[in-house]
Design a protein around this ligand. Sequence first.
Ligand code: 6CS
Ligand code: FE
Length: 267
Amino acid sequence: MPISTKQIKEFDQLGFLSIPGAFSTANVEVLTKNLAEISKTNHPGHILEAHGQSYRAFHGCHLYNEVFADLVNHPLLVNTSKQLLRDDVYLHQLKINNKSAFSGESWPWHQDFIYWHKEDGMPEANVLSVMIYLDDVTEFNGPLFFVPGSHQLGCIDVNPNPSSDPGWEGDVSAQLKYQVMNQLVKKEVDARGMYSAKGPAGTAVWFHGNLVHGSPPNMSPCSRRIAILTYNAVSNKPINQGQLRPEFLNARNREPLEGRLSNWFKK
Ligand code: 6CS
Ligand code: FE
């Protein structure tokens, strides 16, 4: 079912669009059951928090798990992303940000596109991510904070954080390589306000690659697992710049997705 012109306009203006109930409880259960299996396996894309007590993220699940591979091609995700990007799309990356109960660490204020631009060679910001909430996201368990409309600032050029890992690990740690400076965040929040992206499990939230966002640590007893799929316009494929980041961060398969509902998600 295509999204409305009003919803497209909302995304263009605010830089994000939320659809509660996009995935049924049964669909979410299929994803969390597979995530439980995935979390027992080793993979270079499975990243621990700095304290080593819990996983920060599972990158690239679609590359080795059938359910997440089918999720990439889910018609709601593919067709809505095509409408919002006004182009065919392929998947640039998929990850599950785990933000465990009591121990999930923060994501400092940042934009996503600068990583795909500087580290993968993606030319323009005609790219978005869609989050699927695998847990209820509340004010207690580390919701994402958005600065509404901040995607209109374009890609904010920041120097790499000297204390972050110079490799791809610095792109996914709590010591992020490209962070938006506090004084700029304050200026933009004073002008545009802040939005807390809360919602029940099953919610889908699309957000623009240049939207300024971040999330606090999770000290609550409730996990905050979110699957995040990044769809890029096929006209915006990265230009090869030598050393490529791992496939779980920078897709090698950039064929346009057609959107096909898998039996896993029929219910
Ligand atoms: O480097 C990347 O691809 C990842 N890093 C951040 C901070 N956001 C985008 C993406 O998940
Ligand atoms: Fe991000």
